[in-house]
Structure formats: structure tokens, C-alpha cells
Write a protein that binds this ligand. Structure first.
Ligand SMILES: [Mg+2]
Length: 426
């Protein structure tokens, strides 16, 4: 069966900070302008500039002093971050007229999946044009929108023409439009990757697409295979949208044990089983990593106790379980009869992981990177989804036949609310 072609937009606000400053104060329009932390501080840094300032060769991140040398009459304004956030939200509200599947890549860039919206609002290109004109008419800002059948090409398209433009890269035209471009135009290709590709004689995206995968893997590892996939228009990454992520403050699971537990090792196995379901849900919810682990214990006298601890940001079962077990050991004296255990995480960073060269280097150095552990846990979750929970068990869980093969994901005999938990914290 042929898969449906996705329709992805990548929308990038042009000279965003400077444009908001002009929207706030139209008198600034048409003149070279830079945004800086403190305009009186000549050693301050240029945070943003408009098209007119660009013509003088002014660059982001250079000093105000050097910008003034290039253009003595450049207008300088202090940054107003709250206004940038406010405008960013207003732009998002425009996107939401067309789809709820919006991924915020940064304050001025979003990826939108409008595959389902085409029947209602017209083709991807038509939707992009509607967004472009609404942002301009209603907010006085301009946007460059790329339209394509995957995220990588949509982003690339958004960069091809700006400001105030729509560019389409389709399955019909990508070989003509994309293949002649330098490899550095491709997402994740910069610096060292570009250098390595040049050494192989690969200069254009087309060269990269037509190079044997094994050649690339030899020189660049997994990253080589990845950039080849991008070049060939085979990127399948989804737009990571999360409608209610702002509401998701914590994710947890708790369980009344089949019998009271007094043995620490046994409690540890249950904590691993609980943490596994928590970590899997956390990753599925795309909320990023958590910086706090909570433990709830109910004893044989039915008294609740709860504790929490800060952890290095994580979405891994191993990290969560370890922190929960440490809390358990610190607060539950040996011999405590435990009837219920609950594990939850909070303090999400909503950070979406990207594959970076650092991961590859870590692995080359023989370290198991966070990303690798995460991939392993994701793979396990997928196998379980397909073949049942009992097919794969952690060593620590396998030690006890009472937890072996027991699916605790759906069991929530005791659901502990966050407020209840807070109320019981020491
Ligand atoms: Mg931008």
C-alpha cells in the first residue's frame, strides 16, 4: 500500500527581534537597526539586526562598537524579550487556525504538519500563503515558509527565499531544486561534517544523495547514513507536537503490592518496574527530560509518605529507579512493611533531542551515551508494544517471579495526585 504523502510546513519569522521592535515603534522602519542588551554599552553584543543594517555588513554577535564603526548612524534599541514572546504566541495562534500539530523549533521557527488540513484549507502552498499574508496583515511581521513532504526539506525550503516568501519542494521538483545546492544547506551538515564530505568529493546535496551509504558510514558513522537519508528526501521524522504539554506537570505510576514487602531488594525490583512505565510514558509524551524524582510509600498502617530529589535531567528508567531507590533507602528503615509504592517525575525541560556528533564521539570513546541508553529503552518499549510486556525484562526485575511478566502499566489501584503527594512531603 502506498503511504500518504505528508504535507509539512516550516515557518521562519524574518529578522524577528528587529521586526518586533519596528512593530512596536514604526518610526524605526526603513532605517538600519540593531537590537542589543544595552545600547549604551559599546562592548555589548548585537543580538539582531534588520535588512538595512545587514547592508552595512553588520552581523549578529559582533560588538556594538564594531557595528557603529560600520554604520555610525545605526539605530540601537534594547531587547524586549517579553514582547518577542508575546508576538511569538500571536504568530502561533495564526498557525493554530490551520493545524494543532505545531512543533516550536525556536522562538521564531515552527514546523507544522498540515497533512490533515489540506482538505479544509487547500494545498500546502495555499496554506503557506494564507499564513504568510495573515502574519503580515495582522501583526506587521514577515515570515518565510517552506512547504515539503518532510521536515528537513521544509526547513531547507524556508531558507531559500526570504523575507516574506513561500517556497515549495515537492516530490516532483526536489531533484531539480535541492540537488544542485551545496551540502551545507542540509540540516546537520556544517563544520566538520561538511569538511569530511568535501574530502570525499561531495559538494552538492545531489552528490551526497548518490553516494553509497557504506562510504559515508565509514567516514562519518551513523551521521553519514543520517545525512544521506536527508539528502534523498527520505526523512520520516514527525512534527513533535504536544497540545497539552504545558499542562503536563508530572507523570507517575503507583501500585499496591500483591503482599506487603519488607525486603529492600524486592522493593528495588518493584521500583524498577514502576520506573520503567514512567520513563516510557515520559518519552512518549515528548516532554523532554525531568529533573525531579518523587517516591511515595504507603506502609502496612496505611500511612502515606512522600519524598523527592533533584536529578540530572533524564527520561531513562535506570536513572529514575536509582533515585527512587536511594530515597527509599534514605527514608524507610530496614524492616518497614510496605504496601504501596509510587514513582513519579516532574520538572520537564520540553527539550527535543537531536542527534549530535558528540554522541558519536562518546560512543567511539567506549562510553555509553545518554542517547544510546534512550534508544535502547525506546526499542524495548516498541518490542513490548508489539509482542507483550513479558517478552523483555530487566535483569533486576527478572530476579523475582512475582514481578516477572507482570504488566503494571495499566494498574493504578491507588492514584496519587500531585497535591496529595505534596501534602505528604517532608
Ligand atoms: Mg528567523
Amino acid at each position: 500500500m502506498e503511504q500518504r504523502t505528508r504535507v509539512i510546513l516550516h515557518s521562519d519569522l524574518n529578522n524577528f527581534f528587529a521586526s518586533v521592535e519596528i512593530a512596536r515603534n514604526p518610526e524605526l522602519k526603513g532605517k538600519p537597526l540593531i537590537v542589543c542588551g544595552d545600547p549604551k554599552e559599546r562592548h555589548g553584543i548585537v543580538l539582531a539586526k534588520n535588512e538595512e543594517a545587514k547592508k552595512y555588513g553588520i552581523k549578529t554577535a559582533e560588538t556594538v562598537y564594531s557595528a557603529l564603526k560600520k554604520c555610525p548612524h545605526v539605530q540601537m534599541v534594547a531587547s524586549h524579550y517579553h514582547d518577542y514572546k508575546r508576538y511569538s504566541d500571536l504568530v502561533r495562534a495564526i498557525y493554530e487556525r490551520f493545524t494543532e500539530k505545531i512543533e516550536e523549533c525556536s522562538i521564531d521557527e515552527c514546523a507544522l504538519d498540515v497533512t490533515e488540513s489540506v482538505a479544509l484549507f487547500g494545498s500546502g502552498e495555499e496554506i503557506a500563503q494564507k499564513i504568510r499574508s495573515a502574519v503580515k496583515d495582522e501583526l506587521g511581521l514577515t515570515v518565510s515558509v517552506g512547504v515539503s513532504f518532510n521536515k528537513v526539506f521544509a526547513k531547507l525550503a524556508s531558507e531559500l527565499k526570504k523575507p516574506d516568501a513561500v517556497t515549495v519542494i515537492s516530490k516532483e521538483n526536489y531533484k531539480v531544486k535541492v540537488y544542485p545546492l551545496p551540502v551545507s544547506y542540509l540540516w546537520l551538515v556544517g563544520g566538520k561534517t561538511e569538511e569530511a564530505l568535501h574530502k570525499l568529493g561531495i559538494r552538492t546535496i545531489g552528490d551526497l544523495a548518490e553516494t553509497d551509504a557504506s562510504v559515508l558510514t565509514k567516514v562519518l558513522g551513523k551521521r553519514g547514513r543520517q545525512v544521506r537519508v536527508y539528502a534523498r528526501g527520505e526523512d520520516e521524522e514527525e512534527v513533535h507536537w504536544q497540545k497539552t504539554k504545558e499542562d503536563m506537570k508530572s507523570i507517575g505510576n503507583s501500585l499496591t503490592l500483591p503482599k506487603d514487602v519488607t525486603d529492600r531488594e524486592e522493593a528495588k525490583r518493584w521500583l524498577y518496574a514502576l520506573s520503567e512505565s514512567v520513563a516510557a510514558r515520559q518519552r512518549a509524551a515528548n516532554v523532554g527530560r525531568a529533573n525531579t524524582v518523587h517516591l511515595v510509600v504507603r506502609n502496612a498502617q496505611l500511612q502515606f509518605s512522600g519524598w523527592q530529589t533533584k536529578v540530572p535531567p533524564t527520561a531513562l528508567c535506570g536513572d529514575i529507579a536509582k533515585a527512587a531507590y536511594e530515597l527509599f533507602c534514605a527514608h524507610c528503615p530496614t524492616g518497614t512493611r510496605v504496601r504501596l509504592l509510587g514513582v513519579s517525575v516532574s520538572g520537564f525541560d520540553y527539550h527535543v533531542e537531536q542527534l549530535t556528533l558528540d554522541n558519536v564521539i562518546d560512543e567511539a570513546a567506549g562510553e555509553i551515551s545518554y542517547e544510546k541508553k534512550e534508544r535502547v529503552e525506546n526499542a524495548v518499549a516498541k518490542i513490548r508494544e508489539k509482542y507483550g510486556y513479558a517478552t523483555m525484562q530487566r535483569g533486576v526485575v527478572l530476579g523475582d517471579e512475582r514481578t516477572d511478566g507482570l504488566d503494571i502499566r495499566g494498574k493504578k489501584e491507588e492514584i496519587i495526585s500531585e497535591t496529595q503527594l505534596r501534602g505528604k512531603e517532608e
